[in-house]
Design a protein around this ligand. Structure first.
Ligand code: SAH
Ligand code: SF4
Ligand code: F3S
Length: 437
């Protein structure tokens, strides 16, 4: 038998890309490829790219340039570019970097095996269609290989919201939801392979409509999957937090007390200019209702500083909103001009203004994050253990609130949920002791 071909995938960007990379590896697995961690012995290198912020395409060309020596050493090596830069740049990538054999957009991964045939016969392949055939329907069942206790599962793709700063509606296309029965089947396959916690993914996951009860309906359907212990979902839009989903946070035990709900800004003027279609007040109202349903929920958010036209007063409104919410986790970015988006036409703020604001915002968010982490000390939390730590006997897992937790424990806790009493909080993690059952 011939040696299996080796596939090296480098993944950038959001969790949806992480999921897509797994599915691409599985699709090419059918063609005899096995994944490798080392680029220098690969037969194919795929870069699964992100286009969200400035210079995204430049970074991809730079990375390809850095890998050129691999092609020199092995002329049969094939290069592919996938993901959102592939979608945005298309055939331009092959023009600018002749070393690239294959360009595939996020909606066309199921065509990879056929594209590989073309590439192996010396033809370059570009596919950035938004095809009618559902890629997930073609890429049916998941690999049966044993895997770790947590997994991502994409249930919704694309975005119809068109925030004025964002490329996602252009790179991922219109919102599409996968039918609930297929999602449930995939969850069962993941559980059979050892998964205990599933994070449902979508660019706007709570706009999911593949179940008549929306995302809440899907969550309740997954609640019935034996062996699945935890459910999470990300990323949500404030306008799609419907009553049933809010209620599920109070009543569904498998749904973890963590919610990532990006707001971007606390200023109504900026929110309007961003085309977010919500106000600071309506966002705070949603948060209030979620906290009524699940008082201990840990909230996470995304923020952009320096959107065109943002004044000191607008920025103060963002800080005020943050003070009111108290976030346990957050991601914040300087506004980045994306060609082709409406905000790119507007005059940009000076870089130094953005730097100062970002620093101030991150200072406040870090303070809140630490305070919430420290408030866990002395409490008992449920931890799903995922891997062993660097020191002997140490295991690492995640609490329901998504805090990393270290504890001394036997290896058989891996893949299990155990009670841990938190004894210590450090910069980015907690430490604790296993409770006696
Ligand atoms: N669908 C999600 C997140 C999409 S992208 C949502 O609606 O919130 C993830 C985050 O990247 C966004 O929440 C936003 O904070 C940030 N982002 C997107 N475009 C950006 C840009 N042009 N400049 C800076 N940050 C951006
Ligand atoms: Fe981008 Fe807005 Fe859609 Fe999120 S909701 S993906 S920020 S356009
Ligand atoms: Fe990036 Fe595309 Fe995700 S632009 S953030 S990889 S949807």
């Amino acid at each position: 038998m011939s040696e299996p071909k080796k596939l090296f995938i480098k993944t950038y960007g959001c969790q949806m890309n992480v999921y897509d990379s797994e599915r691409m590896a599985e699709a090419l697995g059918g063609k005899g490829y096995v994944q490798t961690d080392a680029a220098d012995n690969a037969d194919m290198i795929l870069l699964n790219t992100c286009h969200i912020r400035e210079k995204a395409a430049e970074k991809v060309y730079h990375e390809l340039g850095r890998m050129k020596h691999l092609k020199v050493a092995n002329p049969d090596l094939k290069f592919g570019v996938a993901g959102c830069v592939a979608q945005a740049e298309g055939a331009e990538i092959i023009r600018r970097q002749p070393m690239v054999d294959l360009v595939v957009g996020p909606q066309s991964y199921h065509r990879l095996p056929a594209m590989d045939d073309a590439v192996q016969s010396g033809v370059r392949a570009v596919d950035t269609d938004f095809p009618d055939d559902d890629k997930f329907e073609t890429l049916k069942s998941r690999s049966k290989a044993k895997r770790g206790p947590t997994a991502f599962l994409t249930v919704q793709e694309g975005c119809d919201k068109f925030c004025a700063f964002c490329v996602v509606p252009y790179t991922r296309g219109a919102e599409v939801s996968r039918p609930a029965d297929r999602v449930v089947r995939e969850a069962q396959e993941l559980v059979a392979a050892g998964v205990r916690e599933i994070t449902l993914l979508g660019q706007n996951v709570n706009a999911y409509h593949g179940h008549e009860g929306g995302l809440a309906g899907l969550i309740w359907a997954l609640d019935k999957v034996d062996g699945l212990e935890r459910i999470r979902f990300t990323t949500s839009h404030p306008n799609d937090m419907d009553d049933a989903l809010i209620e599920a946070h109070g009543t569904c035990e498998k749904l973890m007390p963590y919610l990532h709900l990006p707001v971007q800004s606390g200023s109504d003027r900026i929110l309007k200019a961003m085309n977010r279609k919500h106000t600071a007040e309506s966002y705070l109202k949603v948060i209030e209702r979620i906290r009524e349903a699940r008082p201990d929920i840990l909230l996470s958010g995304d923020f952009i500083v320096g959107f065109p036209g943002e004044t000191d007063a607008d920025f103060e409104d963002t800080l005020a909103l943050i003070r009111e919410v108290r976030y346990g986790q957050a991601y914040s970015f300087k506004y980045s001009t994306r060609p082709g988006t409406p905000a790119a036409e507007k005059p940009q703020l000076p870089e130094d203004v953005m730097n100062v604001r970002l620093q101030q915002l991150q200072g406040l968010l870090t303070q809140q994050q630490r305070a919430i982490q420290e408030s866990m000390v002395g409490r008992e939390v449920q931890v799903l253990f995922e891997k062993s730590g660097r020191t002997d006997g140490q295991m690492i897992g995640k609490s329901g609130y998504l805090h990393a937790v270290y504890a001394d424990a036997p290896t058989d806790v891996l893949g299990q949920v155990k009670r841990v009493r938190i004894t210590h909080s450090s910069t980015n993690s907690l430490a604790g002791e296993l409770c006696k059952d």
